[in-house]
Design a protein around this ligand. Structure first.
Ligand SMILES: Cc1cc2nc3c(=O)[nH]c(=O)nc-3n(C[C@H](O)[C@H](O)[C@H](O)COP(=O)(O)OP(=O)(O)OC[C@H]3O[C@@H](n4cnc5c(N)ncnc54)[C@H](O)[C@@H]3O)c2cc1C
Length: 339
């Protein structure tokens, strides 16, 4: 029996995989999946995997082109799906819709759910008892994972930052990503589009106006109106290992990265893709995979550091971005080049 701790998208997707593989599981989470209005940008690999384990998944929007700009640098990189022989270059999927679909398919019933006093931050499981009851524990309890600390898995703390999500009406068909020295921004077009800005904690003081956003993004982006911004704080972090005492960290519990890089869930799905290669789960087979997954995390972290506010790495990234379409394409759109 597998215990899946947490019912965010990582926990629910892993449950979906268990269902698909016929692996017995229980979800241990404090509540039914929460509601979240955000849109996720997925890459082609992620969408393919999702469709395999849950055929009803359909993207809300398919972007067939992408423009990346580096502000104040003579650099504009354009990608078109047809150049890569793909139907789309990025796929917007609604968090709520995914969560709903997964919950329906995985027979997520109260019988599976161990109710816990999450508000008092009580430990979810006593790990030594848990490993007797459950052959495997998959910790999907998010960036502030209690399982991770219970297991004593060391965590590398990176810079803290803020993301601002702004609902917007945007007349454009192309996905845009824009860098400046201080802010990274993404624009998800559509009547119910979104603008996501990420940067250091100083961004918390910033309430963007329509005019400022128009200036930040290239003029040709037709911003019609914007709604009330939502502020999300994050701490970039990564674990040094993914595995201890028959417990595997999955998703944000192993890796917490700013949403602007559109990599969090793509990365989880890349992990799940590797686990899907296993026919049966044994402590030995998971442990072997976990070594590989930890390496994948480290590499991703290095890349994320590149777009963080570390001046040296950041400059290197800017140079690379100017000279290498390949790297940029991998980082933002296809994410997992280690698969
Ligand atoms: C604004 C924003 C935009 C994003 N955009 C993208 C994108 O475009 N593309 C992309 O790939 N990714 C994106 N991400 C990242 C993506 O949302 C996450 O990677 C994804 O949701 C998976 O998260 P998770 O399930 O690992 O963790 P979480 O979503 O944090 O879920 C953790 C779950 O565990 C539960 N939990 C916590 N503690 C306990 C406990 N002690 N016991 C039991 N349960 C517990 C919580 O209730 C929660 O349900 C974005 C994130 C944000 C914030």
């Amino acid at each position: 029996m597998i215990a899946i701790i947490g019912n965010g998208l990582s926990g629910l997707s892993f449950a979906q995989l268990c269902q698909y593989k016929g692996w017995p599981y229980e979800i241990i989470a404090p509540t039914q999946p929460g509601s979240n209005s955000k849109k996720l940008l997925l890459n082609h690999q992620s969408l393919t995997l999702l469709k395999e384990i849950c055929p009803d998944v359909t993207p809300d929007h398919i972007y067939d082109s992408l423009t990346i700009n580096i502000k104040n640098k003579p650099c504009e990189i354009n990608f078109s799906a047809s150049d890569y022989d793909l139907p789309g270059i990025a796929y917007a999927v609604s968090y709520n819709r995914l969560s709903e679909l997964f919950s329906k398919k995985i027979t997520y019933t109260q019988a599976h759910v161990h109710r816990l006093d999450y508000s008092q931050q009580r430990p979810v499981l006593n790990m030594s008892n848990a490993s007797k009851k459950y052959q495997h524990v998959i910790a999907c309890d998010g960036a502030r994972s209690t399982i991770r600390s219970q297991l004593g898995i060391k965590q590398n703390k990176g810079a803290s930052g803020v993301s601002i999500i702004i609902p917007a009406h945007i007349n454009s068909k192309t996905l845009h990503i824009q860098f400046s020295q201080k802010v990274t921004g993404a624009i998800l077009p559509g009547e119910n589009g979104q603008i996501i800005l990420s940067g250091t904690s100083a961004l918390r003081q910033f309430t963007p106006t329509l005019q400022e956003l128009k200036q930040f993004f290239p003029e040709y982006i037709d911003l019609v109106s914007i709604g009330t911004p939502i502020y999300i704080s994050y701490q970039r972090a990564i674990t040094h290992s993914n595995y201890a005492h028959n417990c595997l960290l999955l998703g944000e519990s192993a890796l917490s990265i700013p949403p602007i890089a559109a990599q969090g869930f793509n990365h989880t799905l890349a992990q799940i893709n590797h686990l899907a290669e296993l026919d049966i789960l044994t402590p030995e087979s998971i442990r072997k995979k976990s070594t590989y997954l930890a390496q994948m995390n480290q590499q991703l972290w290095q890349e994320m550091a590149i777009i963080s506010n570390h001046p040296f790495l950041r400059n290197q990234f800017l140079n690379l971005a100017q000279h290498s379409q390949f790297l940029t394409r991998q980082l933002f759109i296809f994410g997992n080049r280690y698969a």
